[in-house]
Design a protein around this ligand. Structure first.
Ligand code: UDP
Length: 230
């Protein structure tokens, strides 16, 4: 699952992590783990990163800003790990930027080993490279660990024909092809992620993580959100 940083905060509360949200997501993950699903999570950093005005003003340049963003994902990952452990889930953090005291370095075999042991693996620091996003990291990690599906848990409940906040006739799409998502310039996930998903035939479901029980529903095969596939 890709859990975006902004799902961890309240509206416009940049820089903060919301305890009730972390708790809710931890409980959602627990339900799914109890069903026997293996869960790996790529966590975003937008909640911390996007609130920092010097980045918007371009006083901090792109590369440094991106490293700050990647470090923000580490903070979120550590926080979420604590909430998961608190509800009784065993976890492991793997990082794309080495920081031995905090997390294990990213490794495919070790990640799969942890998953098979029933641990939830939290991938932090994105891909470790500036100019990428955690959406792309999520697709790549999903391909690397041979995940069946990538779920993007976000604050919207899927892809619409147009912006539902601006157009009352906007319709939610249940299924959409990668080509279509690319042509429509869908913003809910970045385009590099869609291209990578398309090339490697990885279906992606975009769903509202804030609605209680949704994670379990998606894993159980209920048709919620929007599925993007070949
Ligand atoms: N980032 C990066 N390389 C990566 C992943 C993330 O440079 O591989 C930086 C980038 O600046 C990004 C920020 O970290 O904007 C936070 O990640 P993202 O925007 O994907 O978080 P989300 O929007 O999902 O909370």
């Amino acid at each position: 699952m890709k859990l975006s940083g902004e799902a961890l905060m309240e509206e416009n509360d940049f820089g903060l992590l919301h305890s009730s949200r972390l708790q809710q997501y931890a409980e959602e993950v627990k339900k799914v783990v109890e069903m026997g699903a293996q869960v790996a999570i790529v966590i975003g950093g937008g909640n911390i990163f996007r609130g920092f005005p010097r980045i918007k003003e371009k006083i901090i340049n792109r590369i440094e800003g991106d490293y700050m963003g990647m470090l923000a994902t580490v903070i979120n990952g550590i926080a979420f790990q604590s909430y998961l452990e608190n509800v009784g889930i065993c976890t492991c953090i793997q990082t794309a930027i080495k920081m031995d005291e905090i997390a294990e370095p990213f490794g495919i075999d070790r990640a799969i080993y942890h998953l098979e042991k029933g641990k939830v693996v939290i991938f932090v620091a994105g891909l470790g490279n500036p100019y990428f996003t955690t959406d792309t990291a999520a697709v790549l990690r999903a391909i690397e660990i041979k995940a069946d599906i990538l779920l993007k848990g976000t604050r919207v409940d899927g892809i619409y024909t147009t912006d539902p906040e601006k157009n009352k006739y906007a319709k939610k799409l249940k299924n959409i092809s990668f080509d279509m998502a690319y042509q429509m310039g869908i913003k809910v996930m970045d385009q590099t992620a869609f291209i990578l998903g398309n090339e490697n035939d990885l279906p992606i479901i975009i769903f509202d993580i804030n609605k209680k029980g949704n994670f379990k529903k998606v894993i159980s095969g209920e048709k919620i959100g929007t599925m993007v596939s070949k």
